[in-house]
Design a protein around this ligand. Sequence first.
Ligand code: 3PG
Length: 376
Amino acid sequence: MLSQKLPVFNKSVTVSNKRVIVRVDFNVPLEHGGIADDYRIIKTLPLLEQLRSGGARLVLLSHLTEKKEHRSFAALVDELNRIVGLGMVFAKSVEEARQNGADVVLLENLRVFPGEERNDVVFAEELSTLGDIFINEGFSQSHRPYASIMHLPKLLPSYAGPLFYEEVMKLEEALNPERPFMLVLGGVKFATKVGVLEHFMKTADKIFVGGALANTFLAAKGHRVGASPVEKDAFEYVREMFLNSPNLMLPSDVRVGENKTLGIGNIGERDVVYDIGPASSDALGRVLGDMKMILWNGPLGCVEEGYGQGTANLLSVLAATKAKVIIGGGDTLAVVRNQGLENRFYHLSTGGGAMLEFLAKGTLPGIEAILDNTKD
Ligand code: 3PG
């Protein structure tokens, strides 16, 4: 088990009077220039507080990207300080962060520096001058092969943070799940989900595919999905790899425009499928009732356009089940948090892409980098 090999930061590591670099994931959703969801930030607080009370000075590293554009942390520092409460000071360059004597320094969005995405070892070396110890607490970012994830951990004594460790440990459980085990997969892009589907096709007792993803599956199966967007390039692969499996469940009915319910087979040429229908929710609910462990990623419908019924039905079944439930993905988490249900489940992953990649491959570049570290 990878989690057993990971060096995890703990109280026996002396941090007093040391500068600790913490790779966090403050890449949070923004709304009107402010923080729309602080879940990821809040999850890093226990480590940051522990380090501060142990006498460490902190340098925090993260990226912040909105709709593919890199944002500056400068405008967010006050809001972040209200959440984090550690009086952090913003530094716009590595040099400025090095010179700054503050107890907690937040470096500018890492991706503003070209070396980060180039996975440049020279940039990682520059970052390493900011501290004596490195801790990766940004699991949700650790699928990216970038300098702060891949090189920096090899340049200093490095540890996984407690949240990072918990993510690896809990997701490892899903890789060797208690049976019966079910995967519920929604969302949009086939390419981001295919690895997980491939993996769990071999091991899951049941797999339900919903969301826009289901339209591609239904269309590949020969059903009419009207004007719903589908990924034609994936049809052949879907047919070959997935459609013959007796464990695969697809919606038997759907909701189209104006929340009209239609059975598969009755979808008109102009209809757009926005959600799974009530019969599909019932069928899914019945199967979920037999499970001991459930993994869910991706909304089952277009929640942001008012088609949230299928997702809400799923959520209420999951909130009531005794099974171990693991949930991940940015949009999925937002639904869970909007309902105030975040404490009801076995594990809520902070990772979207990172969770999917970990489940598909069993490891991440950020995990391997910490394991490769030979400094102590
Ligand atoms: C996320 O939001 O899932 C992570 O922070 C990764 O962000 P990225 O897709 O911009 O790398």
